[in-house]
Design a protein around this ligand. Sequence first.
Ligand code: PMP
Length: 434
Amino acid sequence: DTMDLAFDRQHIWHPYTSTLTPLTCYPVTNADGVYLELEGGKRIIDGMSSWWSTIHGYNHPTLNDAAHSQIDKMSHVMFGGITHQPAIDLCKKLLSLAPDNLEHVFLADSGSVAVEVAMKMALQYQHAIAKKSGSTLSKTKLLTVKNGYHGDTFAAMSVCDPVTGMHQIFEQVLMQHYFAPAPQCKFGESWQAEDVNELTALFELHHQEIAAFIIEPIVQGTGGMRFYHPEYLKACRALCDQYNVLLIVDEIATGFGRTGKLFACEWADISPDIMCLGKTLTGGYITLAATLCSEHIATTISDGDAGCFMHGPTFMGNALACAVANASIDLLFENNWQQQVTAIEKTLTRLLLPLTNHARVKDARVLGTIGAVECNQAVNVAQIQKRFVELGVWIRPFGQLIYIIPPLITRPEELEILVNAIAQVLNEDNCFNG
Ligand code: PMP
């Protein structure tokens, strides 16, 4: 039996898809280790970790066991008025690994929801603070940087880059926030303090309105795989402290080792007030995210008007997802994630950085398990994707960016196949527009 791809094309939305001119979707029947198996049996090496999430590879026996044994007990039970061991174990682990001042965990069902929850926490916190001081005005704005990405739901979208985040379409309904220029000083370069001048000016000018500052630590992912200087993040922490603004770090893409630190904010040695986790949390098995906050935020919210934090999704604390997340985090340490990441970083640095010399390449860069090739032209997604599959790899570029973020178990010879495929398509004119 072959899959009904005509039905798929005619009736199923895929991410960012036109129903009139949908791009080809490749039918996958199985996945194992770093391989995706296409209908018909062709196996291709996954360079994307299913959008950053599959850190240990597919069909992992340990994660499978965790899922099986949990599903035989219970897959899900409501989290209102009920608790369970997988959630308790997971939250203990998260608090022991996260920066010290984070003391409370809200389990959300996707990255975007974790960001919604973070923003709502910040706003409810500021509301409670204002009420307490007898003020009728509370801080209701967010401040962020351009080129950011935090998810596709409305609150998250309102802090995504105003241009690439499609603000024009939703302008009339989107909350309006403040945007500083994107960090310019790159990771590994010498620090230029003027990089935070405009950000500082925005804090000075608007701090009385600003509830929280939100940023992806060290790596702006969807905004172009931009690796910025840790001093920038340090300055953000200092400005938030100076102006009484909460700091939200969105570690959804960077968390759990991807940048070479367990959490990217460790590069700057800072603790946020609120931190979002997702993607890799369950090793890429099932959707689950978490929003962590400080004792002070939790207490202030709980002391306020509502007397509680006003959020509670149906699938909050899903037991199956928590059980797999526990197994995935344990596996990170059993596998010595730091060694895995360093090995991938070394190989990618050796293989991918030389592509900088290619005429079509503007910049090639590597950080942790992230390898990015920024081209001078936008890619032709349909053609480049087809060629990648022919070359035995799964890489999905966007805009001018070809990037890979392979599972931590990827071996040097597999990385070589991934990078060789990139080098090959760079020579093919029809893989690019214009
Ligand atoms: N924040 C960041 C930094 C992300 O990269 C993403 C996902 N690409 C999200 C939030 C949203 O997560 P989700 O897609 O699970 O809603």
